[in-house]
Design a protein. Sequence first.
Length: 428
Amino acid sequence: MSERSPSGDDSEAGGSNTYTAETSPAPDPFRFEYSPPTIRFGQGSVGELASELESLGCERGLVVCGSTVGSTPDAIDPVRNGLGERLAGVFDETTPEKRLSTAFDGLERLRETEADALVALGGGSSLDVATVIGALAADDRSHEEIAGEFAETGTITVPESGLVPVVTIPTTLAGAELSQVAGVTAAPESDGTGEIDEEIGGGISAPELMPATAVYDPDIVATTPESVLAGSAMNGFDKGLETVYAANATPITDATAARGLGALESGLRAYGQGERDTETFEGILEGILLVQYGISRPEGTTLSIVHAFGHGLTRTYPVQQGAAHAVVVPHVLEYLFEQDGVDARARQLADAFGVGDAAAPGAAVVEQVREVRDALSLPTRLRDVDGPESDEFEAVAEAVLADRFMANAPPGLEPSVDEIVEVLESAW
């Protein structure tokens, strides 16, 4: 059964964001399975955390965050106050490495405080570690057994029941708060089980890992440093682009991604121009919520070639993920739009940005994306970030092509190493 969303002849689509029966073909057959969490959105949402835990049947919530968030009063105090008597404690030991050993430590803290819920506050690292803690809580195996499985397979079996509910509160804009996947790593120097002999990167994935509730509060996001927020925003923005042209897109994800891209385009431009009011942050959060909605499903994610490039550039080099995305995304889009026989859905993306009447929709989309990136003052060239030198591009290209997200590239795309190298060279 095909999951490809409606495409047809892009030239038939008009410049409006609203499709009609006359301009949009009937969708191909598709299957859409998605169990979203409860979503609380808006200023002051964290003030309702106690009632949210009550609705989940939970008595005590352990806050999971990093040390910076945990020591930032504007971020942590509203969460503490929102939980009130249901606050079990704060575990503020997460790091960008997302270590399995940190999750083990968090599990011990969960048991010590007798918490029956996890409140994940922060960026992707804290949200992922909290998700792993929630899964480990339902696993009766020893730490050694779990670490051994991770060392052998790069993943950990997720129990089908007994997981501790997770409430996610994002402080960044990458979209990790609405996912059934969590990344985790391990290294000999941090592992206390004796099972890890080398640096390992992996993750866990299961429908049961979707959070119970996701809370979007603009006041919390506003506490994040601008440099961090801008990079994460580009990562989230690219998810919307990829969802539209992904091989496993559906009419449902078309609608949410297109609406989300429109909100992000205007919100991020305003942010780049110095607007920091609640309305601006709410618009950006609305966009992130919508582009993330429905892309993490049991059948897989709609993340695609841009994220494959990001992984290729960051797995062996210290370039930050958001910076990698900012640099390569215009060049990746240009490459996609130039390929004969490949439906990268330039007209649909142009419609999402309100430039659907452009004579060259692909070029119009690339220009919109560049303007959003530049408004965020993000890097524009690979040579300006801590990434590979040009003589290493072939190795990066091979990593890009081997990335699992390439399976979601637009139908008909068959890139070669040389073509990927050319994209990297254009971004150099």
